[in-house]
Design a protein around this ligand. Structure first.
Ligand code: GMT
Length: 379
């Protein structure tokens, strides 16, 4: 199949899922065309089946806001027409689903009918999409997509509750590529970070408010009172400054390292003993799945789709949002005993195996076929 993929090309989860999906589809023989405003962060290798089309937005003194949507729609029309695509798969509803709808209408005027699949990733529904200023457009473009997927059952339910949806929403969860994410022996790195063999705790995110990065510091502060430990904070974003400040106030900075954005996240996960994810909203929790694939158990909040990934008492623990004491208690329980820690590590890995790319990729492929066939019947 010839598939166009539209996504945010950043380190965010939706862009990562879109890029990894495109790479996997290309390896399976599909021709994949990424259409984005810059090269996706993880689109870092050459494959004969992968194409990248950059969306350039014209600047003009009249524009206070550059008309990205118009530029993207025009690019989609151009790529679909000249590359003869069979399907467009857009990730993150805003603005990609409505732009795809516009492109589809323009293409129809040329006698070209291309079905559109929209994947909902989380904040496009749970935070941004609910805003009155976007709601009618999000509702319309979901209802006028030829196929809609959500990354968890919880996100599907939230979509149906928050919008007047007349369309089926298929759940296809996030996935993990074990050829990249697996436990690597990095003992030299572990020794450098934890010279006294302290436990290594990790958090990775884009440091947005929903990630509750200050709670990570508060939880670590409690753990560190009982268990010799180090905390690695990976990523960057708006909350980083406040989070660093709190680490200083609580006098734990000597045991906390802010590593900034890192490409080889699997290397850092491989030396870690516990992943903290106290988010106030999380449709799936891809970062937690990446940790579990590297044998790292997860102490998380119980929000959104997290209970569908992290099995309470097995791959880690779930607590109410903001319940720092409970999260610290669970973390200490996992970390204080070597044998118990190993049991949790094995269980986290076993759970991650259920989201192996090889299991999830066929779900997308068969969904694409279903959508393309149904669209042909409608003509
Ligand atoms: O949460 C992020 O850091 C990025 C965000 C995004 O929209 O790119 O991730 C969302 O999509 C991921 C992939 O489907 C999910 O695993 C994340 O849980 C989800 N984030 C939220 O819902 C807050």
């Amino acid at each position: 199949m010839k598939i166009g993929i539209v996504c945010y090309p950043t380190f965010g989860g939706s862009g990562v899922v879109a890029t990894e999906l495109g790479k996997a589809l290309a390896s399976n023989g599909h021709e994949i065309h990424f259409i984005t405003y810059s090269q996706p962060a993880r689109l870092d290798f050459f494959s004969e089946n992968l194409y990248y089309h950059e969306v350039a937005v014209a600047q003009y003194p009249l524009f206070d806001f550059s008309p990205y949507e118009s530029a993207l729609a025009s690019k989609l029309v151009d790529v679909v027409r000249f590359e003869k695509l069979d399907l467009l798969h857009v990730h993150y509803a805003i603005p990609h689903a409505s732009v795809a709808y516009l492109a589809k209408q323009i293409l129809a005027s040329y006698g070209i009918h291309v079905p559109v699949v929209t994947t909902l990733h989380g904040t496009d529904i749970t935070l941004v999409g609910k805003d009155k200023s976007f709601n009618p457009v999000v509702t319309f473009s979901i209802n006028h997509s030829d196929g809609v997927t959500a990354v968890s059952e919880n996100l599907r339910e939230q979509t149906l509750e928050s919008f007047e949806i007349t369309q089926d929403v298929r759940v296809i969860p996030n996935f993990i590529d074990f050829s990249r994410f697996h436990n690597k022996n990095r003992s030299h790195f572990k020794r450098a970070i934890a010279p006294e063999n302290e436990r290594i705790i990790i958090h990775t995110s884009n440091f947005r408010k929903v990630k509750n990065t200050q709670d990570v510091i508060r939880i670590f502060h409690k753990i560190n009172e009982v268990i010799p430990s180090k905390l690695l904070m990976v990523g960057d974003g708006p909350e980083r400054r406040n989070t660093e400040e709190l680490a200083r106030q609580l006098d734990v900075s000597q045991n906390v390292r802010f590593l900034g954005k890192q490409d080889a996240i699997e290397e850092i996960l491989s030396v870690s003993d516990l992943f903290l994810m106290p988010s106030s909203s999380e449709s799936f929790g891809l970062a937690a799945l990446e940790a579990m694939a590297c044998h790292v158990p997860v102490v998380s909040s119980n929000t959104g789709g997290l209970p569908e990934l992290n099995i309470n008492g097995v791959s880690g623990f779930l607590s109410d949002i903001g319940d720092i004491d409970d999260m610290a208690k669970h973390a200490i329980h996992i970390l204080e005993d070597c044998d118990r820690l190993q049991v949790f590590k094995d269980a986290a890995f076993a759970r991650a195996k259920e989201f192996d790319l090889s299991k999830i990729l066929p779900l997308y492929e068969s969904y694409y076929e279903e959508v393309v066939e149904a669209a042909k019947d409608k003509l």
